[in-house]
Design a protein around this ligand. Sequence first.
Ligand code: AMP
Ligand code: GLY
Length: 425
Amino acid sequence: MSRWNVLVVGNGAREHALVWKLRQSPRVDHLFCAPGNGGTAVIAENVPIAANQVEALAAWSADNQIDLVVVGPEEPLALGLVDRLTRRGVRAFGPTAVAARIESSKSWAKSLMVEANVPTAAYAIFDDAVAAWEYARIQRYPLVLKADGLAAGKGVIIAMTPEEAKAAIRMALEERTFGEAGRTLVIEEFLAGEEMSLLAFVDGRTVAPLVPARDHKRVDDDDTGPNTGGMGAIAPSRLADRYGVEHLTSTILQPIASALADRGIPYHGVLYAGLMLTADGPRVLEFNCRLGDPETQVLLPLLDEDLVDLIEATATGQLTPGPVRARAGYRCGVVLASDGYPGAYPTGLPISGLDQVDDETLVFHAGTKLVDGLLLTAGGRVLTVVGHGETLAAARQHAYQNVEKIYFAGAHYRRDIGGREADQG
Ligand code: AMP
Ligand code: GLY
């Protein structure tokens, strides 16, 4: 068996988890991460190229005999990193730029959902402020306004009143606060319910789902405070049990994969459905063209298959239909964030206590860097600490016991990751 040199692109805890999982594969030889962080530096070699420098990444990969590039974030996918790698003959994991439009254009994703009969919020699309306001002022509130393009998680506004909608329309369509991403606005019905993430490997036609996961997007306990990149996750989430993963897959993920293949845009990679479980059934809030962060930090430890095997099957159209094999038990991942996050935050603060964490806890780094052997903060989300257990309650307890051992000035985290689901049994 020839072993592969693998490059992971990105610098978050998701990418540290990818590197960690790939390290376990007997099929991996040299492992690189671009640009990586203080955690990936220890188990792989960091390459100082930013994740959005797609031409430089493609050239470096070709020049350094890389056999596989695993792309973490959406931006390089939307910028066509996979297309460039393919042209250079380098294997890549992730969709092409055209297929990545499922995430990079919300209006495109919406029309695809309608065509494929996938349940989602009722919506309308505008690029003119007057027309948008004519529509918005007579809708039911709350009302949801979304920048069409990639806006780093900041492009969704939930307007409680017509005045707030008017301000959002002005910001997006007149003041161009979201830049090019906000040239077009999707205005949609507000959906109430519980949020859930369902991710699957897709090989063009066949869809192989992972266990359902649950993210926690608000910064403070009880889902209060501003939205963040995600403050923690648990898996498996039992919220979807009444529908079943197979049903959700066959009514949501499979129709999208088939519609894309029928349009001549076969999707290869991980397809992520952000769902709202409403009183009227599941509805899609959004699709992402990649693994989620922080979901990946709890999903990969549960994955009971070789990641290189899965990636190869995904690229070559050889996935086995049905759920991928999962380990028993639960995982709970708690994010430690810098003081002030998701607003402005300091960096360069020493992190201590990692040597106190028990051997069975996984600590995935995001905003960290190693300077002369010293680990310092370097971003908003700093670490994801993942505990495990036979029950969700035990996994939570394991995670929090270890979170408490880690210190940096101003560190904050939510105390209720997975709490509501654990209470429900
Ligand atoms: P998105 O980037 O589309 O996932 O939106 C970010 C967050 O906004 C979601 O995780 C939801 O919490 C919320 N959201 C988005 N769309 C809706 C909607 N139609 N109804 C209610 N909440 C929404
Ligand atoms: N966890 C949400 C995301 O990755 O977009």
